[in-house]
Design a binder for this molecule. Structure first.
Ligand SMILES: NC(=O)c1ccc[n+]([C@@H]2O[C@H](COP(=O)([O-])OP(=O)(O)OC[C@H]3O[C@@H](n4cnc5c(N)ncnc54)[C@H](OP(=O)(O)O)[C@@H]3O)[C@@H](O)[C@H]2O)c1
Length: 333
């Protein structure tokens, strides 16, 4: 199945749906790599990778086999990766990129993202309330130092496009004037229960492609990342009603909404039936204007990936990471 592509501001293209590769605690690297192999057969060309997902080496083996075996041309693939928070120091971004290139068995990465806009690191799987004493708030000048290293990767031909992730409008307002090369894309949490109209519209207005993570509302994220107030996108009455009327799974409605709105969703699944159904969404039966309006009005402003493990000592709570009052939180946040 051929997936329609969209053009980024720098002229590169990106499929309008991709496959996530974060297996979290549930799926090991081999299972995720097998899903990438099946995904290529199903027609996926965009794979959202990251060094911190711990599976780039096995995914790289699959990509190499697919290209050398003639299943797909390298130029048709759009492979992303991300520099993790512990590799923001001078020279470290290049090291991280080199490591991802080696693991993914590629000679360039299509879009390389700064995974989080600060160097706050936590041990994998640590308790949600734990704080690293070295964690600190976002500083635009510090972030600019990371971005300059990202720009250098473009200059060196190691990456085609660069992007940011987990940003807010105030952080972008501070960071974009410091960029020589604009981000071509920004990853952000986007699903019917968390539509981020402000950030989404801001990016579109600047010609930056939003890429929506957790597009199905990440129903299987670890328990430590769930709170009692979380709204499950697939259980929202509006989504269930549309799914019921169409005779499809609510996940399909979430993805059709994403594609028609204009973000690039990157759903994750290791199950063939699910990832095949997800990719089919983009070419069959788009949502109607009325269905789009209904979902737009159903936004619950419910952030699921709160990032609380990245808080600095003294920060009040996870909301300090997201500048909800329009100001970038500092030490007092
Ligand atoms: N930049 C960042 O900071 C960031 C943060 C988070 C995620 N991401 C990226 O975004 C990707 C997607 O996010 P995510 O995995 O958290 O959330 P998601 O894609 O919203 O949800 C994934 C879960 O949805 C279920 N699912 C998928 N397709 C389905 C279908 N057709 N029918 C029913 N259920 C379906 C699966 O559950 P079952 O396994 O139970 O079937 C799967 O585990 C990640 O893999 C990662 O690449 C990036």
């Amino acid at each position: 199945m051929a997936v329609p592509v969209k053009e980024l501001a720098n002229g590169a293209t990106i499929p309008c749906i991709g496959m996530g590769t974060f297996g979290s605690d549930r799926f090991d690297a081999g299972q995720v790599a097998a899903a990438v192999e099946g995904g290529i057969e199903a027609g996926y060309r965009l794979f959202d990778c990251a060094s911190v997902y711990g599976n780039e080496a096995l995914i790289g083996g699959v990509l190499e086999k697919a290209v050398t075996g003639g299943k797909v041309k390298r130029g048709e693939l759009v492979i992303t990766s991300k520099v993790w928070n512990d590799m923001h120091g001078s020279g470290d971004v290049l090291l991280s990129c080199a490591r991802s290139l080696k693991d993914l068995k590629l000679d360039y990465i299509d879009i390389f993202f700064v995974h989080w806009p600060f160097p706050n690191y936590h041990a994998p799987g640590c308790d949600g309330d734990s704080r690293n004493p070295a964690s600190r708030p976002f500083f635009a000048e510090e972030f600019a130092g990371v971005w300059r290293q990202m720009e250098r990767l473009v200059d060196m031909g190691l990456v085609r496009s660069i992007g940011m992730s987990n940003m807010t409008v105030p952080k972008l307002e501070a960071a974009l004037p410091l960029c020589r090369i604009m981000p071509a894309a920004i990853e952000m949490e986007l699903h019917p229960a968390f539509q981020q109209p402000g950030l989404f519209g801001y990016c579109v207005g600047k010609g930056i492609q939003p890429i929506g993570f957790c597009p199905i509302g990440s129903p299987t994220r670890p328990e430590r990342d769930k709170t009692p107030d979380d709204v499950a996108a697939t259980e929202m009455p509006e989504i269930m009603e549309i799914a019921g009327a169409r005779g499809v799974h609510p996940a399909v409605v979430c993805l059709k909404w994403a594609v028609r709105r204009g973000q690039v969703p990157i759903p994750f699944s290791v199950y063939r039936a699910e990832y095949e159904s997800n990719i089919k969404c983009v070419s069959e039966d788009p949502l109607t204007d009325e269905e789009m309006r209904k979902i737009s009005a159903a936004d619950r402003n419910c952030r699921l990936i709160k990032g609380q493990v990245f808080l600095w000592e003294g920060a009040a709570n996870w909301r300090a990471l997201w500048d909800e009052d329009g100001v970038i939180a500092g030490w007092e946040g």
